[in-house]
Design a protein around this ligand. Structure first.
Ligand SMILES: Cc1cc2nc3c(=O)[nH]c(=O)nc-3n(C[C@H](O)[C@H](O)[C@H](O)COP(=O)(O)O)c2cc1C
Length: 357
């Protein structure tokens, strides 16, 4: 039985059960598009403050973070964070009044962000300490959204308060159509090993789809997480940084190469690396991706800002390659598309010298 399967989230059907986890500063529009083409079945915008939208009285500054391309990255979720139901009502109405944003498939509520300046306001993971307020937020969002609402949260606040199963039940009762659980507590931030054991309790607690998240780095991890916990799908975060091909490899491991799941211009899922690992990117593919990613980012943000934002992505693409540290030293200084071209061309010739196609 292939573990790759389509999933229904309320009225929305995902072609498969493999999601890109939202990451602020990483999962912007060009990167989400790339991940979608390489096999992510669901992508999500970076978190945006519901209160910020309300205070600005417009989508204003949030628009660049919220920008979606429903034609080339669907299904796509927009993620909001906050703690005041009225902020969400305002922000969701603003999203619904926008001709493009209104075409997002899902609205995702962040209840897992561990960052101090977020939890200090009672937002993000702090909502796990206040399920009544979390419930009020979800109920308003469900009422306002006009599409399925999903919630992303953690195992709990700390080791002594791992209330993910109860929190999941509350989400379901408040009207959430699916949840994603990052298998760490707020106290753990992003460190230490994700503890998948509690995910099974969450799955048993609710009858809506549960996506498991935390430390899925390869196909084998995805298979193990689904088998060990019963989650219906997995969400992949950091493993996709600089390696969007991870989705291709996970799809292979989950047992499906269904071409129908890919948009027509996608990379073929059966591509093989020189070493013969299904789905590993060759040096040529990595080079082509760096060029494309930089070009799309520059087209979107303008060359100066776009290339600055590309520096981190370039560093991630270079990881583990021959001469990586020297090339990363160059990547942190690129300013123009032509700098990127020079870097990529030099990098590729070094890879060829080292026999890496
Ligand atoms: C740089 C970074 C930014 C993140 N930003 C968000 C975010 O905006 N919204 C969110 O729900 N989670 C965010 N996360 C958490 C990830 O979605 C994910 O839950 C976490 O990284 C664990 O998954 P992983 O082990 O696959 O990376 C972020 C994580 C990282 C590393």
């Amino acid at each position: 039985m292939p573990l790759l399967k389509s999933i229904r989230i309320g009225t929305v059907t995902l072609p498969g059960n493999l999601a890109l986890a939202p990451m602020a500063g990483v999962t912007d529009l060009p990167f989400r598009r790339i991940c979608r083409e390489l096999g992510a079945d669901l992508v999500c915008t970076e978190l945006v403050s519901a209160r910020g939208i309300r205070f600005d009285r417009s989508l204003g500054r949030a628009l660049s973070l919220l920008e979606i391309d429903p034609d080339r990255e669907a299904p796509v979720a927009i993620q909001l964070f906050g703690g005041d139901p009225e902020d969400f009502r305002y922000a969701i109405d603003a999203i619904r009044s926008h001709p493009v944003l209104d075409r997002c498939d899902l609205l995702d509520l962040n209840m897992g962000c561990p960052v101090a300046k977020v939890v200090r306001n009672g937002d993000g993971a702090a909502l796990m300490l206040d399920p009544a307020r979390a419930e009020a937020v979800i109920r308003v969002a469900v009422e306002a959204a006009g599409r399925p609402v999903t919630v992303k949260f953690r195992l709990g606040w700390d080791a002594a308060r791992r209330n993910a199963a109860d929190f999941a039940r509350m989400c379901r009762d408040a009207g959430a159509s699916a949840i994603t659980v990052h298998a760490r507590t707020r106290d753990q931030m992003y460190a230490g090993k994700a503890d998948w054991t509690l995910l099974a309790d969450v799955v048993r607690a609710v009858d809506i789809p549960v996506f498991g998240n935390g430390d899925v780095r390869c196909g084998e991890d995805a298979v193990r997480m689904i088998r060990e916990t019963g989650v219906c799908g997995v969400a992949v975060g950091r493993a996709a940084m600089g390696d969007p091909w991870v989705f291709r490899r996970i799809r292979v491991a989950l047992g499906s190469e269904a071409p129908g799941a890919y948009p027509p211009d996608a990379h073929p899922p059966e591509a093989h690396s020189p070493e013969g690992h299904p789905g590993m990117a060759s040096a040529e593919e990595r080079a082509a991706m760096m060029r494309r990613h930089a070009a799309e980012t520059a087209a979107r943000l303008g060359e100066a800002r776009g290339i600055r934002e590309m520096r981190a992505h370039l560093g991630w693409y270079l990881r583990g390659s021959a001469g990586a540290s020297a090339f990363r030293g160059i990547a942190v200084r690129v300013e123009t598309l032509s700098d990127v071209e020079g870097l990529v061309a030099d990098w590729l010739s070094v890879q060829r010298e080292h026999g890496r196609r």
